[in-house]
Design a protein around this ligand. Structure first.
Ligand SMILES: [Zn+2]
Length: 267
């Protein structure tokens, strides 16, 4: 039985508690793009240094798996709809843990996907939807928002300046369970549809993941596990489908076999 753990992609960090839009980002952000990149690079280095918490799948040993994940990621980045496509590094890593149905990202576009969610999903559209959601958290700069709420601004600026190694280690450890605001979660869902509308994928693919979770729990948001600790996916499926209708983007499932090939390439 899978431990439907965490955070329906809740994972990342951002910062911008306010509501006005600025420069195409999700809100007023006190961090510069350079700060996002520095913070993300430092957190990513911490993650790389903690294989007990984050057993990163070796790219040397599993090049095919990484090429599939990059192919999916790049099609989203090349959708023409990612605001900071050329500003961030956009690196992807696979974490080897089949029991965790999650993905997360850092500011600056370092994205992590658990083998558990790759294996759980049925189609490439669904994974593209999840990746779109994570890319949105970094691109809309929700990650710094969530981190600021959790840790406070001064600590994060200290980390950008390389001043608080102990806290950096703590933040990296908690990254996979960092909570975003509901508003940021909704926006990440919405942007997943927007990004995928510029690809060949079914643009409401993220909804497929939520629907699968609902089906597994008989639609009961109080059923426990993941669904008891996160916003009920029910409304999210509806919002995603409404956005797809509004955009008029394709909701026809992709029928190729590349996703099965991807799953087969994992340990
Ligand atoms: Zn999220």
């Amino acid at each position: 039985m899978k431990k439907i753990a965490l955070i329906l992609f809740s994972s990342l960090l951002v910062l911008n508690p306010s509501c006005k839009k600025k420069n195409g980002d999700g809100g007023i952000n006190l961090f510069s793009l350079e700060d996002d990149k520095k913070l993300g690079a430092q957190v990513a280095a911490e993650i790389a240094a903690n294989p007990a918490e984050y057993p990163i799948l070796s790219e040397t040993s599993y090049p095919t798996a990484y090429s599939h994940l990059r192919r999916i990621t790049n099609s989203i980045l090349n959708s023409g709809r990612v605001n900071h496509k050329d500003d961030f590094d956009w690196t992807v890593k696979i974490i080897r843990n089949d029991t965790i149905l999650n993905a997360f990202c850092t500011p600056g576009g370092y994205i992590y996907v658990y083998t558990g969610i790759i294996k759980y999903l049925d189609t490439e559209d669904q994974l593209a939807g999840v990746m779109g959601h994570e890319i949105a958290h970094a691109d809309r700069r929700h990650s710094t928002d969530a981190m600021t709420r959790e840790y406070g601004l001064s600590i994060l600026f200290d980390i950008v300046l390389g001043k608080n190694q102990g806290k950096l280690t703590e933040i990296a450890k908690g990254l996979s369970s960092l909570k975003y605001s509901r508003g940021n979660e909704s926006e990440a869902d919405e942007y997943s549809v927007i990004y995928l509308s510029g690809t060949g994928y079914q643009c409401n693919g993220a909804g497929g993941f939520f629907q699968k979770l609902l089906d597994a729990n008989s639609g009961n948001c109080e059923a426990g596990g993941f669904l008891s600790t996160h916003p009920c996916p029910d409304n999210r499926v509806q919002a995603i489908n409404e956005k797809a209708t509004l955009l008029g983007c394709t909701t026809t499932p992709y029928t190729g076999t590349t996703y099965q090939d991807f799953k087969n390439s994992l340990p």
